[in-house]
Design a protein. Structure first.
Lengths: 462, 462
């Protein structure tokens, strides 16, 4: 056994752990960053980054086809798309991330870190790291696999295998109508696969406004995806000519690869001694402090907390946690009031998310009115000069949810081609609690798609 | 002579006049809308709409070329681009706009309207319209032509001829580094012209942050435009093989068409009786009331006021003026306090503008710190995961100007491919006076280009 003492030990070097470590180090603390796979984490190699690299060419080609006069071919070139994706993921080489950590004054430590006691992390079973001030758990999440008979007889794809694929399956089955399911269905359809998407409800993206799922469903079908709604996979069987999926209604599909995208659960294995069952979230207060553990030394951020399982929101929580730990160590911690730099207050009000399908879904805050409230929902088509000029046949919808008592926005949803960059306007309006009659004075530039803001406010009655 | 009485007479049926008339009619007033050219105005037929229709295909093709795997040809098809532009402008048929006016309860009147007395507009010299409550002047602006020797011997293009062209000049000269000059240089370069852009300074877009002009200059050159900086056209001569332009340094260019894009002036002819010289702005207070005319019956909005010569900002002023006139008539007018629905307050703080070149320039508020102030300027490169994924070799810059005393934003500039839809986030932040430490909680979705907001705030020290 060897031992070493740090101010802070961060477990998990995905984007969230990197940011937590960076903020603590910036606060003058000696920080260790422990990672058992690759520095940079799931997002960099197997999630956000490669998925968007696979989606962008197909979405851009679809956009180009909608503007007459732009000379385009029929399909993207998969080899070029995969090569570009590999450039972004570095084929898994994390040396750049390790160098970044060192440059930020953080000590990168490779190995599996386990919390073996109060303020104590053991790496690889024999290297004991003591944390003077805090341990910050940023271990993320792991795929949650459903118990489908026969699934264990094949080697199904998870999101990792999908985002790192280097060939295009002739026939791809996808189970799950969440973000991973629809994004990968879209990407592989654009790459030339015959894609079967099996979802449990009448439309994908059940957590979004229903028109979002409806428009994405229509977009997937237009892209050639065969969507099996109100369905499920009840059995899987390997065979010589492919994998046979038996759907809920008894019909069968034969596919070459089968992507299971049915969700993720917090990666909390090894915390039983603190009363945290594997797969259960490590719940925290808004500063990132783990509520169930005494002594105030255990923090967490990102997917593992179950707060808002998105890279950007996890990094936000990591900034709050890193700053809190640094300020506590320096004795400069002030009250953790809402909207202070020590609190991830926006987790409760304004969590933005973009689904990079065609059309895109960009949503923040509430998707609908609160039951029993005086909230008002305004729905309109995105049909302004900017959208018409952007693409022939532009189809999109926008919603805002208004707290009529406080006269502020609670949620905004945009669905349509290239709406992703509109979202931050809504996030600022919600977080800034800008009253609607002040938003009236924020004039959208003509002719942009953002003019939909004017139409939303006019439809509200301004 | 025939006579007719209305509550309100609006002169000029461009987007600004249409909105002023619509808001007044919505307030229950009987409204006449007088237009001597086409209902829909400059913007619809000869400015914003056709210019963006000419730019979008070329910009989209350039975007597609930057993502390997997207199969594209070399050049846009001019015939298809012109046909699509014609679809947007309806080849000048304004019957749809006239029908819209009637549907909105507005009486459209064709002819040249002149103010011939207090509350009196004479159309076509013999039809007298009396306005019980107000006349609203929305006559826009006209091109300002510089006195260049020989210019009168050719038929130069103005913005109208450029945006309505149906063939591609082999060689196009463009004079002027403002928005029209750079946008049309970009558009015709993408259509295949050999373009010579002659500008007076070292870079185009002198009213923007200097990096905006520098990046647009680089983009134009990359697109094949030959930019002649610190120059001007001192003489023009017609000839058999084209028009010869003599530049400031004595060198010459021969071109097939010559676009003069040296600015516009308010269309105020015919108002001498009120002390307004032709070409001078019709100055108003924030409700749109013309300051120089007694009696409170004369209003104006849009380019003619000289406030902020942009379609969207003119429509904003028209909403304030239309609502003011309607409320005055109904006796419900309240104090015209800043940021009320009766005041175009944002004209002083947050006028957004997008230049649809490649790269785009999207700016709102101040371009730089106020002299002698404690304002702080933060400049960063746009280099986030979202921009890298968006286009290989993405190049862009962002600036925010901070009022350090009030801890709010005064201005934001984004320059880069497809930044136009980021702008409204900045407009809301400025208009909403959202403090910087609250903006910290507006988390940009990963991986979007909007993540540049996080980098700006980090660079500021948050």
């Amino acid at each position: 056994m060897s031992g070493q003492t740090f101010d802070v030990v961060v477990i998990g070097a995905g984007p969230v752990g990197e940011v937590a470590a960076e903020r603590a180090a910036r606060g003058g603390l000696k920080v260790a960053l422990v990672e058992h796979e690759r520095f940079g984490g799931e997002c960099s190699y197997w999630a956000c980054i490669p998925s968007k690299a696979l989606l962008r060419p197909g979405n851009l080609l679809a956009a180009a086809k909608r503007v007459p006069g732009v000379p385009v071919g029929d399909r993207v070139d998969p080899a070029a798309v995969f090569a570009r994706r590999d450039w972004f993921t570095g084929k898994g080489d994390d040396s750049g991330q390790v160098d970044w950590a060192r440059g930020a004054g953080i000590e990168p430590i490779r190995g599996h870190g386990e919390i073996t006691g109060e303020r104590e992390v053991t790496v690889g079973g024999d290297r004991v790291l003591t944390a003077r001030h805090a341990v910050i758990v940023c271990t993320g999440s792991v795929p949650s696999t459903p118990p489908i008979p026969g699934l264990d007889t094949i080697r199904p794809w998870g999101s990792r295998e999908a985002t790192s694929a280097s060939s295009v399956p002739g026939r791809l089955g996808v189970l799950g109508g969440g973000v991973v399911g629809v994004e990968m269905a879209q990407a592989f359809a654009s790459l030339g696969s015959e894609v079967h998407l099996v979802i449990s409800g009448p439309r994908p993206l059940p957590r979004n406004a229903s028109f979002a799922g409806d428009l994405v469903l229509a977009g997937l079908r237009e892209a050639g995806v065969q969507v099996h709604t109100d369905s499920g996979v009840s059995a899987v069987a390997a065979g010589d000519s492919g994998t046979t999926l038996t759907l809920k209604d008894g019909s069968t599909l034969v596919v070459d690869e089968f992507l299971v995208a049915t969700g993720r659960r917090p990666a909390t294995a090894g915390l039983e001694r603190f009363g945290i069952e594997p797969g259960q979230p490590l719940e925290t207060d808004d500063t990132g402090r783990v509520s169930a553990v005494d002594g105030g030394w255990l923090f967490a951020a990102g997917d593992v907390t179950g707060r808002a399982p998105l890279t950007h929101q996890g990094k936000y929580g990591a900034r709050a946690a890193g700053d809190t730990v640094a300020a506590l160590a320096a004795g400069t911690f002030s009250e953790a009031s809402p909207w202070s730099r020590f609190t991830a207050t926006a987790d409760h009000h304004a969590v933005p998310q973009v689904v990079f399908t065609d059309p895109e879904v960009a949503a923040v805050g509430l998707a609908d009115a609160r039951p029993g409230s005086a909230d008002r929902v305004v729905d309109i088509d995105i049909a302004v000069a900017g959208s018409s000029l952007h693409a022939d046949g532009y189809t999109g919808k926008a919603r805002m949810v208004v707290d009529t008592e406080r006269n502020v926005l609670l949620g905004v949803t945009f669905v349509g081609q290239d709406v992703s960059e509109l979202l931050h306007s809504a996030t600022i309006a919600i977080v800034g609690e800008v009253p609607l009659d002040r938003l009236w004075h924020a004039v959208p530039s003509f002719p942009t798609i953002s003019e939909v803001w004017l139409r939303l406010l006019e439809a509200y009655g301004l």
